[in-house]
Write a protein that binds this ligand. Structure first.
Ligand SMILES: [Zn+2]
Length: 270
């Protein structure tokens, strides 16, 4: 991982740090399909000899660096150009379906951030699930210990909700999360301060539907996730550990690809 981060930082220096603040409202999906971000497998001799238990492949090495636009939570390349990409995120993990979702994504060669809640790690089974998602190479995010609305808690309690989960995740995976998403999208002054101290990147999302009654079924969910007017370049897609979302995942990904969208590797977000 360290190597990867070094390479990323070099890439960041090379590409500069300009931040486009452009916002792209509802757009029709362009007809021309874009290339996926993933690179064919290549030999990277400089990486050989690394002791990696995690399945982070050379092909995962991103070439473009991204950042989260804190105004609308989209993902933007640090260069000026727009990219037709989306970010996949899965919240409330690892409950019942996260491992199967990770396996599905892996099969489709797509990356995602799994946002973890501490209450799912109370037993060994939960920790094992987190471990296998991490070992499949997925990025792990902090979604708080107990999924409380942070604005209802004292500053100390909020800190505990975030930092204790980072400690716990590190205990299981050996790595502290780089990403934070507050339950219900409620950020507070304290959460912002803790996120900074913990050197995390905070994000809410652009759209999601799997908690709405009309979309708790795979076909309807797959359709709205691709046809929604909120699908834009850099859209941050919110999904959850749910049966119908697991079932819809391949169709969602195929639909986005057919419309020309690529998928951001969270490792390339800085
Ligand atoms: Zn949640």
């Amino acid at each position: 991982m360290k190597r990867l981060i070094q390479v990323l930082m070099i890439a960041a220096v090379l590409t500069g740090c300009q931040q486009p603040v452009e916002e792209d409202p509802v757009t029709d999906p362009p007809e021309e399909a874009r290339e996926d971000n993933s690179e064919p497998e290549q030999e990277h001799p400089e990486l050989e000899g690394e002791q990696e238990t995690r399945e982070v492949e050379e092909s995962d090495m991103p070439e473009v660096s991204y950042q989260i636009n804190q105004a609308n939570w989209t993902v933007e390349p640090v260069t000026d150009e727009e990219e037709q990409v989306v970010l996949l995120t899965i919240d409330d993990a690892p409950d019942k379906h996260s491992v199967a979702m990770a396996e599905t994504l892996k099969k489709l060669d797509k990356q995602a951030i799994f946002f973890i809640n501490g209450h799912f790690l109370a037993d060994e089974g939960g920790k094992e699930k987190l471990k296998s998602i991490y070992e499949m190479g997925f990025e792990i995010g902090n979604h708080t210990m107990n999924h409380a609305n942070l604005s209802d808690l004292s500053a100390d309690e909020q800190r505990q909700e975030i930092v204790a989960l980072n400690d716990l995740i590190e205990e299981v995976t050996g790595e502290r999360p780089r990403f934070f998403r507050p339950p219900f999208g409620v950020n507070t002054e304290t959460s912002a301060a803790v996120v900074e101290e913990e050197e995390m990147i905070a994000m809410n999302w652009t759209y999601g539907y799997d908690w709405e009654a009309d979309y708790q079924e795979a076909e309807a969910l797959a359709e709205i996730m691709v046809q929604t007017p909120y699908l834009t370049n850099g859209a941050n897609l919110l999904m959850h550990d749910r049966q119908w979302t697991l079932e819809a995942l391949p169709s969602i990904i195929n639909g986005l690809e057919e419309d020309g969208y690529g998928f951001v590797d969270p490792a390339a977000i800085e």
